[in-house]
Design a protein around this ligand. Structure first.
Ligand code: GTP
Ligand code: MG
Length: 367
């Protein structure tokens, strides 16, 4: 068996998380067109008849200004130290600049075998790829230089073959079924953050964080999210109920079916036949089943921002933005949990949370 850890490294937005998901054939990491989406190292295990590759997606390499960013970079440094192979991803559509020099300098100190992956070749001309190869080939001691498209899956088989060729022999580190080790709570917070990143611009992506504070099962008799319920069970930030831990062992973000639109969903809910007068009551077992089906998972999450004007942007005019984030996140979460979800999103201002260890600890505590 060939077994080893492969770190995906590179500047923000080059496509590391897209590559992780494509290699695994599953959505494990969230993706956005904004830089600094990934904030921690994310493991993705791929087991084949040849062996087991543990891919480690990482935050993008950047000069850290805040405590958050310093913590992000510490994941990168740890990954560089503990990997058997490093894949440096670059974006074929971007010109070489200071950020790339910083990456090269960071990697100069590392002795681990190194591949160069030229990503996004689906949207550049062949001549440009040759120019990039020419620019990079002598900058570091690359064992392989492979043009890929993480999005389209181009050349990923070649990449995997070359990775196996460079990995040591060893015992499997994880069982065959393991894909990632992310706790459910972290995944859910990330899904919410992904939908949020889609809807905000400028500095907003950098100043937002998501904390899933509560998650519990609620029955049909106690409608989810009412004020009465909230007062009955006071919020305990950082605490979670049992369900979060037992829901998913091997998380699968991948969509199973095409979701019905909101309208269809609402129609379905409204079209439940009302019991006619004189109709006999259902038998107890049936009632239990029905109740089970009607149970919802309540998820209470907080979106942190740094200023009140950020809060207004995230909420949007008449709550439009937060509503759309909520709808999109809830749909994906319902697919993962395979049950109805009530998603309760709040937006809180915490000045300078990016430099507040208590908030950073809470957010990191989700993983
Ligand atoms: N055309 C094209 N776009 C890609 C490709 N790979 C990634 N992208 C896009 O590039 C953007 C960034 O992708 P991510 O996977 O989030 O990048 P990342 O390197 O993980 O970014 P950070 O987490 O911020 O460091 C997204 O809009 C992706 O859709 C590719 O092969 N081709
Ligand atoms: Mg990423």
């Amino acid at each position: 068996m060939k077994v080893g850890t492969v770190a995906l490294i590179g500047r923000p937005n080059v496509g590391k998380s897209t590559l992780l998901n494509s290699l695994l054939g599953k959505k494990v990491a969230i993706i956005s067109d904004k830089p600094q989406t990934t904030r921690i190292s994310i493991l993705g295990v791929k087991t084949t008849e040849k062996g087991q590759i543990v891919f480690v997606d990482n935050p993008g390499i950047h000069k850290p200004l805040h405590t958050l960013n310093k913590r992000m970079m510490s994941f990168v440094y740890a990954a560089l130290e503990t990997s058997d192979l490093i894949c440096l991803l670059i974006d074929a559509t971007e010109r070489f600049g200071h950020g790339d020099e910083f990456v090269i300098e960071t990697l100069r100190k590392v002795t681990t075998p190194l591949f160069l992956l030229i990503n996004k070749v689906d949207i550049v001309k062949k001549e440009n790829i040759l120019l990039i190869i020419d620019k990079y080939k002598d900058l570091l001691d690359f064992k392989e230089i492979i043009p890929i498209s993480a999005l389209r899956g181009t050349n990923l088989e070649v990449l995997e073959k070359e990775i196996y060729a460079h990995l040591p022999e060893g015992e499997q580190l994880y069982d065959d079924e393991t894909v990632t080790q992310l706790p459910l709570r972290f995944q859910l917070a990330e899904i919410i953050r992904e939908k949020l990143l889609r809807r905000v611009e400028k500095e907003l992506p950098f100043v937002t964080a998501v904390l899933v504070e509560r998650m519990e099962e609620r029955g049909a008799g106690e409608p989810a999210g009412t004020e009465a319920e909230k007062t009955a069970a006071p919020e305990k930030p950082g605490s979670l109920n049992s369900i979060s831990e037992l829901s998913i062992v091997s998380p699968n973000f991948a969509s199973k079916t095409k979701e019905p639109g909101i309208k269809q969903e609402e129609q379905a809910r409204n079209s439940r036949p009302a019991r006619l007068a004189g109709q006999t009551s259902p038998r107890p077992a049936e009632t239990r089943k029905k109740k089970q089906r009607r149970k919802v998972t309540y998820i209470g999450a907080t979106i942190f921002v740094e200023r009140d004007n950020h809060r207004k942007i995230v909420i949007g005019r008449r709550g439009h933005v937060i509503k759309m984030i909520g709808i999109e996140a809830r749909r994906e979460i319902e697919q993962i949990l395979d049950r109805k979800v009530f998603l309760d999103l709040k937006v809180k201002v915490r000045e300078k949370w990016r430099d507040s260890p208590d908030i950073l600890d809470l957010i990191e505590g989700q993983r």
